[in-house]
Design a protein around this ligand. Structure first.
Ligand SMILES: *Cc1c(COP(=O)(O)O)cnc(C)c1O
Length: 399
């Protein structure tokens, strides 16, 4: 089922209570029932048209969930108070004591720390693999393996997972393929390649204004129902619920996602080519020099480009720190973690977002100390940014 995930948001028609062009914001934690009977039925899971309690669901959250499901071409979605809330709830719903996970070794630092440090106490173990090596994935499968976990484009090396091939391995062994698509919304639709569960940190590109923490899980109706279950749903029982006011705000931002992503991608491509031209080691899946160039090109929705994330290697931590400080002083962007803002954000992943990964492991995976990760902004004129950075690279004698 190939569909254009992009502008499906245009097909949604949500009216407000009084005919407003935006849906009304639900401002209640609890809901009245017209009869005592319908209350008990709702508790038994028959929530059709009835709300129970806003930790379980609320009208505003359901609107955002419909938009996210449309974005990822899934039957349903559930929003969370954070991306980590979405990830941890998914894992705890699928994995119990003595279960096993196969995960890409280059994943978001928080997810890595959760798998490596937190889950072993619950007797859930993880094998970390090079996700581009299908044999490593196959060889790691055990009788107690439940899921294969990866990101479409990994953080910060932007290695691309071959979702079609990985999902066929998952299906053959009855495993769930869980994919974090935070870096590449619209550009790649993992469901179309067989992913079972798609997760986003809405905090990043989808919300796009760096004003909140939020997350979503997009999947089949049955999985979404299971995590919301009053008696044994991880989301319902751990309570990582999004507030209604925030859900309304994220939904409004999401309506411009298609325009923003195109601009993020266009600007990132310009910077990537420009950095490569002056001899800086540049990591961007839209460059022919990137090992995942062909694969990304095959998987992508062309009109949205290769995404807004790129990394450059300036040789040493000292160079990276000096360059980032100069770039901020010149107002070319902000020295900050996170991504998807209108302004360019940069950080050194080795000592920040991937600091949970040991120095030894960082070296093994090619995550060098001088790596600077950029979330490229939506500046009207990105060439100005490049000229500024180029000057700084020369001033600092990096080139
Ligand atoms: C930020 C991020 C997360 C975590 O999301 P939060 O909203 O910060 O909890 C997970 N995965 C990726 C790829 C991220 O960039």
């Amino acid at each position: 089922m190939k569909s254009k995930p992009a502008n499906k948001i245009q097909d949604l028609q949500f009216f407000g209570e009084f005919g407003g062009v935006n849906p009304s914001i639900s401002d209640s934690s609890t809901y009245t029932f017209l009869s005592a009977n319908s209350m008990s039925e709702t508790f038994e899971g028959n929530t059709d048209g009835c709300y129970l309690y806003s930790r379980n669901s609320s009208p505003s959250n359901l609107y955002l969930e419909k938009a996210c499901a449309a974005l990822e071409n899934t039957e349903a979605a559930n929003v969370f108070s954070s991306g980590m809330g979405a990830i941890t709830s998914t894992i705890f719903q699928l994995c119990k004591t003595d279960d096993h996970i196969i995960s890409s070794r280059t994943i978001y630092g928080g997810t890595y720390a959760f798998f490596k440090n937190f889950l072993p106490d619950y007797k859930i173990s993880t094998s970390f693999v090079d996700i581009t090596d299908l044999n490593q994935i196959k060889n790691s499968i055990k009788s107690n393996t439940k899921i294969i976990y990866c990101e479409v484009a990994s953080n910060p090396l932007l290695e691309v997972a071959d979702l079609k091939k990985i999902s066929s391995i998952a299906k053959k062994h009855n495993l769930k393929l869980v994919v974090d698509n935070t870096f590449t919304p619209l550009s790649v639709a993992p469901k179309n390649f067989g992913a079972d569960i798609i997760i986003h940190s809405l905090t990043k590109f989808i919300n796009g204004t760096s004003d909140t923490i939020a997350g979503v899980v997009c999947s089949s109706s049955s999985f979404i129902e299971s995590i919301r279950d009053v008696n044994n749903g991880s989301f319902m029982l751990m309570g990582t619920t999004m507030d209604s006011l925030r859900a309304a705000s994220v939904l409004k931002n999401m309506r411009t996602l298609h325009i923003r992503i195109k601009k993020h991608s266009e600007n990132a491509m310009f910077l990537a080519k420009s950095f490569e031209n002056i001899g800086i080691r540049t990591i961007y899946p839209g460059l022919k020099s990137h090992p995942s160039y062909n694969l990304f090109s095959k998987m992508m929705n062309k009109e949205f480009g290769y995404g807004g994330m790129l990394s450059i290697d300036v040789g040493s931590k000292e160079n990276a720190n000096k360059l980032m400080e100069q770039m901020q002083k010149k107002n070319l962007g902000y020295l900050a973690v996170s991504l998807g803002f209108y302004k360019t954000l940069f950080c050194t992943p080795g000592s920040s977002t991937s600091s949970e990964i040991s120095d030894d492991d960082q070296k093994k995976m090619g995550l060098s100390e001088g790596l600077i990760r950029f979330s490229v902004g939506i500046d009207e004129d990105i060439s100005r940014t490049f000229i500024g950075i180029h000057k700084s690279l020369k001033n600092l004698k990096i080139i």
